[in-house]
Design a protein around this ligand. Structure first.
Ligand code: DGJ
Length: 703
């Protein structure tokens, strides 16, 4: 049974290898009891307050509330902070009821309620047994007649066993340098990872991992989690001198205020947490499988795409795109994507956003002739849009200047010459849905790249009462989700890519509604190894769109061979973003072979288990291996970076193979067992800077 109840006061969620336990204390408050290696019985749980120091104040550090509310003597990061109608700002949650729901993903719901006021909190838990993950969110409900204001409403807090030598792993970055891996010892105090930008952001990604300071890719206890929210978020790692780390996360409480009227409820985003004793690699693989098997709206491998952005920038037209499409089809591309520049008066980034009608100077007969051409070439067609945006120089803005976020008497700040539409407004959401639905209904489009190229500023909503204006932070994200949900329902065959100037909106929330992410505008194949490694910490290769680009491009310049660029991009979902018109016949031929090769291995790359064998952060060689779920096929990419001094060639030790099975490996002549490959390793000769190799390991099947 995945959800155990002792009939009194204890519950345990059982994964294949983990147990998550909670318990009521003598005052009927819900405490965290345990998160770690699987315990067979609910009665095995340690007493929830066993870490409590006797002379501590009631809310002292050793008291591990399962959903702490600010009140009484609670001084740590709360999940909930509320103000009641009479001005009381103190919440005390006690147990009310619980419900266990069986099903494919079993669920436990524990109902809490304030001792006096009409605030009910339902804590939802879903246990993903195979992935050893617990998904949590809370529903806050005003069950009385008077208003309540929520000032902090996080999704969950994760407690880990007491200890003083914890290390935090997190992902931080910048535009064109997203998802860099950071690791640091945590000391008493609070470390806040967050975005206040209204989107997930390039600068930090809502993921964390804690370990004892000694976990490796393959071994060691790791507690980890990722948040499903695509707006301003916060993950706070709160640690005290006596060693009680806790990690709280959810919608950022900065500038947050939510009036909860009588009868209304507020549902927080979900926060997924996991535990493993098998190191960081296992933590990532369990998140990957969760995304692929449960979260992602579609299954199956992603097509090889071509995107015109780096080749033509805004200078798109029917003839030029048709010529690119021919080249793309000739090397085996399956999906041709027309990027920015096809609409309104879009000549550059100063105009046109908001005017989603086809520019007839560039496409005299509309998009259909190009789409027909693309289809005749055997590809499907995709289109770029940036629906949340408007340029002041656009018909839409001239008609509806009141549709943007703004404060009266303040000049709205432009970024990339654009302003943000207020998706809290129903008419704006309706307009976006109609425009996009119109495009998808009127044309044979099977893919939308949904871009978002500026964060929030002046988040005002002058038409709303002042007490409700701060809702925009949340309502904007809900608005994006709603439009995506409606489009997906109406056009089930259309796939979506999330993009925000590269990887500025990548999180579990958006991956619930999109099929893949544009990882970064940095398409340099060596820089990408670092960005892709960070991406892989939390998100699967299937969702990681990687383009083969030209050495000279708009973000970064570095010469690298075509095969190196391909190998770097083949580690995720493959795309081509180069100017194919400038490629020689020999380059096109080589690309054709590599695309064909990718198609043969993509099931393993996109749907298999990923092993980070050598990190670009730790030496000159990066090696990443993918193993099919039945372990019969594997592919390994090894890429050399910048050589320093006389570093020796590292031996590479594959993982995840069947020890007793016999495998053919493309760099050796004789078949060899999985055990041998994993223990004695493989010698790979990389012939110098920016050289690379792809190694295939295939089980020798009897008969
Ligand atoms: C930012 C994206 O990251 C690029 O790939 C491209 O689509 C441009 N926007 C277009 O404006």
């Amino acid at each position: 049974m995945p959800v155990l109840f002792d009939g009194g006061c204890r519950w345990a969620l059982q994964g294949k290898n983990v147990t998550y336990g909670i318990e009521l204390d003598d005052e009927n408050r819900l405490r965290h009891a345990y998160f770690g290696a699987r315990l067979p019985r609910v009665t095995d749980l340690p007493k929830a307050d066993s870490y409590h120091f006797p002379h501590e104040s009631p809310g002292g550090p050793g008291v591990r509330y399962e959903y702490p509310a600010w009140g009484s003597m609670y001084y740590r990061e709360p999940c909930l902070k509320a103000t009641f109608a009479d001005g009381v700002r103190d919440t005390r949650l006690v147990y009310e009821d619980h419900k266990i729901e069986e099903g494919e993903v079993p669920r436990l719901i524990v109902g809490l309620r304030d001792e006096l006021y009409s605030l009910r909190v339902s804590l939802h838990y879903r246990i993903f047994e195979e992935q050893d993950l617990v998904e949590r969110y809370a529903v806050l409900e005003n069950v009385g007649g008077e208003g309540i204001t929520l000032e902090q409403a996080l999704s969950a807090v994760w407690h880990v066993p007491p200890g003083s030598s914890y290390r935090l792993t997190h992902l931080a970055g910048q535009f064109a340098g997203e998802t860099q891996v950071y690791r640091e010892e945590i000391s008493p105090g609070k470390k806040v990872l967050e975005s206040r930008r209204g989107i997930t952001s390039h600068h930090a990604n809502p993921f964390f991992a804690l370990d004892w300071g000694d976990a490796t890719e393959d071994a060691g206890e790791v507690w980890f989690g990722a948040l499903g929210w695509s707006g301003s978020w916060k993950i706070s790692v709160d640690h005290d001198v006596r060693g009680h780390p806790q990690v709280s996360g959810g919608i950022n409480d900065f500038d947050f205020s939510w009036p909860l009227e009588a009868g209304a409820s507020f549902t927080t985003p979900f926060f997924v947490g996991g535990y493993t004793s098998d190191g960081f690699g296992a933590a990532s693989r369990s998140l990957h499988r969760y995304v692929m098997d449960h979260l992602s709206p579609t299954k199956g491998p992603r097509p090889v795409l071509y995107n015109s952005w780096e080749a033509t920038l805004f200078d798109v037209n029917e003839e030029g795109q048709a010529a690119l499409a021919e080249k793309a089809a000739s090397i085996g591309v399956e999906l041709f994507v027309l990027d920015d520049g096809w609409f309104g008066e879009r000549r550059d980034d100063r105009r046109g956003l908001g005017d989603w009608w086809v520019n007839r100077k560039k496409f005299p007969d509309g998009l259909d002739p190009l789409i027909e051409k693309v289809k005749a070439l055997g590809m499907s067609f995709g289109l770029w849009v940036e629906p949340e945006m408007v340029n002041p120089d656009s018909d839409l803005y001239r008609q509806h200047p009141e549709w943007i976020y703004r404060f009266p008497h303040r000049e709205p700040t432009e970024s990339r010459n654009q302003l943000l539409l207020n998706l809290a407004k129903e008419e704006v959401r309706e307009h976006l849905f109609e425009v996009l639905d119109g495009l998808l209904t009127g044309h044979d489009i099977s893919f939308i790249k949904w871009d978002m190229n500026r964060p929030f500023s002046e988040p005002g909503w002058p038409e709303a009462p002042p007490g409700r204006q701060r809702e925009v932070w949340v309502r904007h994200v809900w608005g994006v989700y709603e439009v995506l949900e409606r489009l997906r329902e109406r056009h089930p065959g259309v796939a979506f890519e999330t993009c925000a100037s590269g990887g500025g909106r990548v999180d579990l929330g958006i991956l619930r509604l999109t099929d893949q992410a544009w990882t970064s505008d940095n398409t340099d194949p060596y820089d990408r190894l670092f960005i892709q490694e960070g991406f892989s910490i939390a998100y699967p290769a299937r969702a990681m769109m990687c383009w083969v680009a030209d050495p000279e491009k708009w973000v970064r310049n570095r010469e690298a061979s075509l095969s190196y660029r391909f190998h770097s991009a083949m580690m995720g979902s493959l795309g081509i973003g180069a100017d194919l018109m400038r490629w020689t016949e020999a380059e096109l031929e080589e690309a054709r072979e590599l695309v064909e090769k990718y198609k043969q291995i993509r099931d393993t790359v996109q749907e298999g288990d990923q092993y980070r064998l050598l990190s670009p952060r730790e030496g000159r060689t990066t090696a990443v291996q993918y193993v099919s779920r039945d372990r019969s096929r594997s592919v390994l990419f090894a890429l050399c970076g910048v050589r320093r001094f006389t570093e020796p060639e590292p031996r590479i030790f594959p993982r995840g193979l069947e020890p007793d099975a016999l495998y053919n490996i493309t760099v050796e002549h004789e078949p060899v067992t999985g055990a041998a490959l994993m223990r004695r390793g493989v010698e790979i000769n990389l012939e110098g800077e920016l050289s690379s190799v792809m190694v295939e390991i295939t089980e020798v099947r009897a008969g």
